[in-house]
Design a protein around this ligand. Structure first.
Ligand SMILES: [Ca+2]
Length: 111
């Protein structure tokens, strides 16, 4: 029979895992409209820190998939400059050009 402390520890870890999952947000950036062309970025953000695209992916994104999450795309590195929020029902996910944000994204963070 496990001690009460062990059960409590397991519960705390489970709660921590649930919180972590709820805060993680997946994003995909694509070089061409309608989520085609080379994938420039595809990863899961664990917090709201800023992510800078590498020079090879910089200023190339033409479409974004937020997988139901909320993200802010930025014109310059370090989440500076012009910005565009993309979340379900807001922003030009399939064609960033429609929001005058084509080939501009240099960094992003979740919101
Ligand atoms: Ca830029």
């Amino acid at each position: 029979m496990p001690s009460r402390a062990v059960i409590l520890s397991v519960l705390i870890v489970m709660v921590a895992l649930c919180i972590d999952v709820s805060q993680s947000a997946k994003i995909g950036l694509y070089a061409d409209p309608n989520h085609t062309g080379p994938i420039l970025a595809f990863h899961t953000m664990r917090d709201r820190s800023c992510y800078d695209l590498d020079s090879a992916e910089d200023n190339r994104a033409s479409a974004v998939n937020t997988f139901g999450n909320c993200f802010i795309l930025f014109e310059h590195p370090k989440c500076k400059g012009r910005q565009m929020k993309v979340k379900p029902g807001e922003g030009c996910h399939a064609n960033l050009k429609q929001c005058n944000f084509d080939d501009i994204t240099s960094s992003y963070r979740s919101c």
